[in-house]
Design a protein around this ligand. Structure first.
Ligand code: NAD
Length: 474
C-alpha cells in the first residue's frame, strides 16, 4: 500500500490530504502537525477550520485510510511521498523583512526529514514558496542523505478558501514541476498516478520545477492585480459618476477579459495575496528588476488605498466624525464561507474607525468573538495612505473597550448610526432592513464594502447608502 504523509494540517494540508484519502481508498494518508491543538481538533467533531463540505469528507475517511497525528517523525519515516504544506509567512525581521518569505518552517521540516528518513522519498512542495526553493531543500536533504535519494517536486495548491473542497474535488488544473532527468520524470509520474484517481489527464500540467514554483506566485499576483484594477476603477467611478458595476459588466462581456474577479470591494484580504506579491517583489529586487518590483508593489498600494478610502468615506459621510457613534460591522472573515481572518480588510477598517473613536458592534456568522478581539488587539495595521485618520496602533489604549461582539445582525445594528458590510456572507442579503432601519439612529447609513445589497431598496426604506464605485446619493 502506498503511504503518504502530509506535513502541516492547516487550511491547505488538512483539506488537500483529506480529499486525496477520499479519492484514493487504497492509499494510506497521515496528516501530521507540530500543533497538538490543531491535530486534536482534526480528530474531533469540531474541525479547526470551516470549509463547506469538509466535515463530510473527513468523516468518510478518518480512522480508515486517513489519520491525523502529532507523531511527525514516524509518519514521515514510513511514507513514500511526503507533502509539505507548512506556513510560509512574510519574514518579520532581518534581511528582506516585510517582503521575503520566511522559510524557517520549511527549513525545519526539511531538516527533520533528513534526520529521520531511512529510505528514498519524494518530497512535494505544496506550500507556496519562492522560486528556486527546491534548490535550498535539496541542499538540506543532501547534507544528511545517508545514501538516500530524494526527488523534490513542486505541486502548488490553487484551492481558494471557502470553496476548498469543491476546488480539490474538481480542480481546473494540477501543476507538477520536477527535475528534467529520468528520476525527476519518474517522480512526476508517481504523483500524477495519485491525481489520476479523479483528475483527467488533460488537467495535469507538468513543467520544470522553477516554472511550477513561480507559477503559483504569478497566479496569486494576477488575481490580486485584477481586484486592484477594478478597485482603482471604482475610485474613478465615484469621482466621475460612472458606476463600477456597469463598468464591470461591460468588461466582463469581453471574452479576452471575462467575468471573474471583477467585483469592486473594500479590498482583498487572506493570508496569501499580499504575502505572495511581497515575495514576488523581493525576488524581483534581488534580481535587479526594480521596475518590475514597483509594478507589483502598486497592486498592494491600491489595496491599502481602497481600505483607507472606505474608512474615510464612512467618517466623512457621518458628518466628519464617528466619535462615540455606534457602527455595526457585518462580516469579519476575509471572504464568505470561511472563518479565516488572516489579513482580512475588516481588521484595518475596524481599526481605522476605532482610531476615530467609534464604538463597534461586530457580527460574523463564523468568526468567534475571541478571534475578532485577538485580531483587533494586535498591532497589525499597515497604512500606506493614512489620509486623515491615524490607525489605532498609534493610540495608547487598544480600544477593545469600544468593541462589542454581537450574536446576530439585528443585535449588531440596534441603535447603530451606521452599518459597514465587510464580508459578502449570503445571509446579509436576507436581512430585514426595514426592521433594522426602524431600530437604528437617524439618519441611518449603510456602507456596503462588498456591493451585495440592493441599494435602491435600501434608499426607499430611508437609508443613506454608500456602495463602492457609485456616487453617494443618486
Ligand atoms: P496554516 O498556517 O493554516 O498551516 C500550516 C501548518 O503547518 C500549521 O498547522 C503549523 O503548525 C504546521 N507546521 C509548521 N511547521 C511544521 C513542522 N515543521 N512540522 C509539522 N507541522 C508544521 O497555513 P495554510 O493556510 O495551510 O498555508 C500553508 C501553505 O500553503 C502556505 O505556503 C500558503 O501560502 C499556501 N497556500 C495557502 C492557501 C490558502 O488559501 N490558505 C492556498 C494555496 C496555498
Amino acid at each position: 500500500m502506498v503511504k503518504l504523509c502530509g506535513i502541516g494540517a492547516g487550511y491547505v494540508g488538512g483539506p488537500t490530504m483529506a480529499v486525496i484519502a477520499l479519492k484514493c481508498p487504497s492509499i494510506e494518508v497521515a496528516v501530521v502537525d507540530i500543533s497538538q491543538s490543531r491535530i486534536s481538533a482534526w480528530n474531533s467533531d469540531k474541525l479547526p477550520i470551516y470549509e463547506p463540505g469538509l466535515e463530510n469528507v473527513v468523516k468518510q475517511c478518518r480512522g480508515k485510510n486517513l489519520i491525523f497525528s502529532t507523531d511527525v517523525e514516524r509518519h514521515v519515516q514510513e511514507a513514500d511521498i511526503i507533502f509539505v504544506s507548512v506556513n510560509t509567512p512574510t519574514k518579520a525581521r532581518g534581511l528582506g523583512a516585510g517582503k521575503a518569505a520566511d522559510l524557517t518552517y520549511w527549513e525545519s521540516a526539511a531538516r527533520m526529514i533528513a534526520d529521520v528518513c531511512t529510505s528514498d522519498k519524494i518530497v512535494v512542495e505544496k506550500s507556496t514558496v519562492p522560486v528556486r526553493t527546491a534548490e535550498a531543500i535539496e541542499q538540506i536533504l543532501a547534507h544528511k542523505s545517508k545514501g538516500i535519494k530524494y526527488q523534490i517536486l513542486s505541486n502548488p495548491e490553487f484551492l481558494s478558501e471557502g470553496t476548498a473542497v469543491q476546488d480539490l474535488l474538481e480542480p481546473d488544473r494540477v501543476l507538477i514541476g520536477g527535475n528534467e532527468g529520468p528520476e525527476g520524470q519518474e517522480a512526476i509520474k508517481k504523483l500524477k498516478d495519485i491525481y489520476a484517481h479523479w483528475v483527467s489527464e488533460d488537467k495535469i500540467i507538468t513543467t520544470n520545477i522553477w516554472s511550477a514554483e513561480l507559477s503559483k506566485l504569478a497566479d496569486n499576483a494576477f488575481l490580486a492585480q485584477r481586484i486592484s484594477s477594478i478597485n482603482a476603477m471604482s475610485a474613478l467611478c465615484e469621482a466621475t459618476g460612472a458606476q463600477v458595476s456597469q463598468v464591470s459588466l461591460a468588461l466582463s462581456k469581453n471574452p479576452k477579459i471575462g467575468p471573474r474577479f471583477l467585483n469592486a470591494s473594500v479590498g482583498f484580504g487572506g493570508s496569501c495575496f499580499q504575502k505572495d506579491i511581497l515575495n514576488l517583489v523581493y525576488i524581483c529586487e534581488c534580481n535587479g528588476l526594480v521596475e518590475v518590483a514597483n509594478y507589483w508593489k502598486q497592486v498592494i498600494k491600491v489595496n491599502d488605498y481602497q481600505k483607507s478610502r472606505f474608512v474615510q468615506r464612512v467618517v466623512s459621510s457621518m458628518f466628519n466624525t464617528v466619535s462615540g457613534k455606534k457602527i455595526a460591522v457585518l462580516g469579519f472573515a476575509f471572504k464568505k464561507d470561511t472563518s479565516d481572518t488572516r489579513k482580512t480588510p475588516a481588521i484595518d477598517v475596524c481599526k481605522g474607525l476605532l482610531g476615530d473613536d467609534a464604538c463597534l458592534s461586530i457580527y460574523d456568522p463564523r468568526v468567534s468573538a475571541d478571534q475578532i478581539k485577538k485580531d483587533l488587539s494586535m498591532n497589525n495595521v499597515q497604512w500606506d495612505h493614512p489620509i486623515h485618520l491615524q490607525p489605532l496602533s498609534s493610540s495608547s489604549s487598544n480600544g477593545l473597550e469600544h468593541v462589542d461582539i454581537a450574536e446576530d445582525a439585528y443585535e449588531a445594528t440596534k441603535d447603530a448610526h451606521g452599518i459597514c458590510i465587510l464580508t459578502e456572507w449570503d445571509e446579509f442579503k436576507g436581512i430585514d432592513f426595514q426592521r433594522v432601519f426602524d431600530d437604528m439612529q437617524k439618519p441611518a447609513f449603510v456602507f456596503d464594502g462588498r456591493n451585495i445589497l440592493d441599494v435602491g431598496k435600501l434608499r426607499e426604506i430611508g437609508f443613506i447608502v454608500y456602495s463602492i464605485g457609485s456616487p453617494v446619493e443618486q
